[in-house]
Design a protein around this ligand. Sequence first.
Ligand SMILES: [Zn+2]
Length: 241
Amino acid sequence: MADDNQAHTPKRIMGVFAHPDDPEFFCGGTFARWATEGAHITFVLATSGDKGSSDPEMTGTRLVEIREAEERNAATALGAREVVFLRYSDGELQPTLELRRDITRLIRLKKPDIVVTNDPTVFWFGTMSINHPDHRAIGAATLEAVYPTARDRLNFIELERDEKLEPHKVSQIYICGTQSPTTKVDVTAYLETKISALREHKSQIPDMEAMAERMRSNKDTEAPDDAPRYMEHFRVITFNR
Ligand SMILES: [Zn+2]
């Protein structure tokens, strides 16, 4: 697997995810590293996590406020510059043309060099967990938005005609939550930043110390025990220009 000890630092990065806390959990160390290296990072969250509570007193509207505020704080902790919420319904995300258009609009507006999203092909991890369907949906819609619709002007022609949004070619896609990684990013120096960002998700993580311990115990198996390294894994697709 390739080590991604970036020869060049990308300038504009867009992470497109389903839920508040996904950018941090899936690859918060990589975002923190890129931010430190000077990248401009935007997060796009398709839902605001309005179903994720077992509190009988909690309403969806209140939960949206809480989770969006937590995500903004977490994004700031990682060094991301902005967060866009599309406010689709949590737990019901589908890779519709409407979602693809919304992501296409943002790609044309923000012009990222790199787009980061989930692997839409993953239904399960090992024998212990099923991937959330919203993660598959956002991955599918985002890949479809990068290619072909953000790139080719006749797709969603109204974006160019009515909103003056010209086609944009993304250079690379970093796909996280994948079973077939091609690249690992060394985030050892950013592990504590990732944990700090995750600590902002107070409504989602009941035991912060257990979360931190889990993160710290997830060491790279190739590194020696007395010099642990931490890696985040991606399938990277690089387009020929
Ligand atoms: Zn999620």
